[in-house]
Design a protein around this ligand. Structure first.
Ligand SMILES: [Zn+2]
Ligand SMILES: [Zn+2]
Length: 211
């Protein structure tokens, strides 16, 4: 398969032919369809993430179709559309059992310390995959596991923003814009101009709908 490989920090991503990954019984092989490019990819390429596992296939915002399932996987089948969670953890420690798996002492990350999705295929444990409904385009689904879930976690779990709260959003890049969407979910309303339900960021941030 073809893959974009980071061979040296600050060097180019090199298009190479590499072997298709071989899966274990608990893993799934995903045919990559879409990969997001995250701001953190710039830091990884520049060697500013404290990683030393080169060569590396980058890409941690990945969506695609299941190509092959391991013998222990019962809930996925070839052809399923999936988004790939990029944290690979032990699934057994206290943090994993509490749903705080990013704190797992054995955590590894696709595109950071293990190969990511800028390639024809990626292999990952079956528990890392989330089925994507047919009406959600994979180019949108690929950012769910990072840019969207990061901001969703920040808004709902860390800041615990609720209806009626006034919030300041500092830094409206990729993650910040999704945080904005997470927060304005409460502003879902009926827009008279569009004759449909819509949501807006409200007049104070200039995202108001036509009414
Ligand atoms: Zn990222
Ligand atoms: Zn763990």
């Amino acid at each position: 398969m073809r893959a974009l490989v980071l061979e040296e920090f600050n060097g180019p991503l090199v298009m190479k032919d590499v072997p298709v990954p071989i899966i274990s019984p608990h893993e799934v092989l995903v045919r990559v369809r879409n990969v997001g490019v995250c701001g953190t990819d710039l830091k990884i390429r520049a060697g500013r993430m404290g990683l030393d596992a080169l060569p590396l296939i980058m890409g941690h915002e990945v969506a695609g179709e299941v190509a092959e399932v391991g013998s222990e996987i019962e809930y996925l089948a070839p052809g399923d559309r999936v988004a790939v969670g990029f944290y690979v953890t032990c699934s057994r420690c206290q943090f994993c059992r509490e749903g705080r798996d990013t704190l797992c002492p054995q955590v590894r990350q696709h595109g950071f310390s293990i190969d990511g999705g800028m390639a024809g295929y990626i292999k990952t444990p079956g528990v890392n995959l989330c089925k994507v409904p047919d009406h959600v385009p994979l180019e949108q689904a690929c950012i769910l596991s990072d840019a969207v879930s990061t901001s969703y976690h920040a808004v709902t779990k860390r800041a615990r923003v609720g209806p009626g709260n006034t919030v300041a959003l500092i830094g409206v890049g990729g993650v910040g814009l999704h945080a904005l969407h997470c927060q304005v979910g409460w502003r879902l309303h009926h827009c008279r101009g569009h004759q449909r339900r819509t949501f807006s960021a409200g007049p104070k941030v200039g995202g108001r709908c036509c009414d």
